[in-house]
Design a protein around this ligand. Structure first.
Ligand code: FPP
Length: 256
């Protein structure tokens, strides 16, 4: 499906390979409509669906969504329970659509804290979409950037003790290799909706060079127009990776 806002995108000179999104503002959206906070999470699932399908259409390689942070367990029990139910239902209901859109689903984070039933559903949704060759959709669940770095350190320490890795071999590349989604490109666009301007312990190491984009739109209102605005902003930026602007422009000219 295309619409006029899709056509505008054809003019984009640069499309991010990997977009990471902190989907914030569900609770406030619901409160603004006089509804309970959890209604906002339900409405947020529609934005998830639309964003996934738009990214798949545009040819973005990876989309990582922050669905539940390591800190979200501190929310009221009822809200946590509703979120678990939502994940469970969405994982079941959306698989067909994901397959139709050639999307491969992957869950990142410490799943051991989830119920066995939910863990099984996560594994089966991943298995059912494993043949997808288009967009990789990563759902971060019970994920934290510091948790990721710590779990990498734990594995490295174990491999050093086992004699598989020499301690002198521990460098940035090696650490990267032990983190979640080491096989995928790092996020180059980091979006946070809902007007707050924080990283909230999302992918910290991997987003070291990501362009940050903060939108005031609350997640349930995040539509194709809002996504296109983020992509347009990304396309207009010059990514220098520590080099001078002049060096970057010379390199780009050479690649043309
Ligand atoms: C933050 O909004 C949002 C969350 C903690 C949950 C995100 C979950 C979804 C969008 C639903 C399902 C996701 C998938 C992948 C099926 P908030 O509650 O912190 O909003 P507030 O800042 O307005 O209170």
């Amino acid at each position: 499906m295309t619409d006029s806002s899709d056509t505008d995108l054809l003019n984009l000179t640069r499309l991010p390979r990997h977009i990471a999104i902190v989907m914030d503002g569900n609770g406030r959206w619901a409160q603004q409509q006089g509804m309970v906070r959890t209604a906002g999470h339900k409405a947020g699932v529609n934005s998830v669906r639309n964003t996934v399908e738009a990214c798949a259409r545009y040819g973005v390689e990876v989309l990582t969504l922050f669905a539940f942070s390591s800190e979200n367990w501190k929310r009221p029990e009822k809200e946590v329970g509703l979120l678990m139910d939502l994940f469970f239902t969405a994982l079941h209901r959306e698989v067909k659509r994901l397959k139709r859109n050639n999307v491969r689903l992957r869950i990142i984070g410490d799943r051991s804290a989830f119920s066995e039933k939910l863990q099984k559903r996560m594994a089966s949704a991943e298995a059912e979409t494993a043949d997808g060759t288009g967009l990789v959709l990563q759902v971060a669940a019970n994920y934290g950037g510091r948790w990721d770095i710590a779990q990498a350190m734990q594995q490295i320490a174990a491999d050093v003790v086992a004699g598989k890795v020499a301690s002198e071999a521990v460098n940035e590349q090696l650490v990267s290799d032990y983190l979640s989604f080491a096989d995928l490109p790092n996020p180059d666009l980091f979006i946070r909706t809902g007007g707050e301007q924080r990283l909230s312990n999302f992918i910290l190491w991997q987003a070291a060079y990501a362009e940050l984009y903060f939108s005031d739109v609350l997640w349930p209102d995040f539509d194709i127009k809002a996504l296109n605005a983020a992509l347009q902003s990304f396309a207009n930026r010059e990514r220098r990776f520590g080099k001078t602007g002049e060096q970057v422009r010379i390199e780009e000219k050479r690649e043309e």
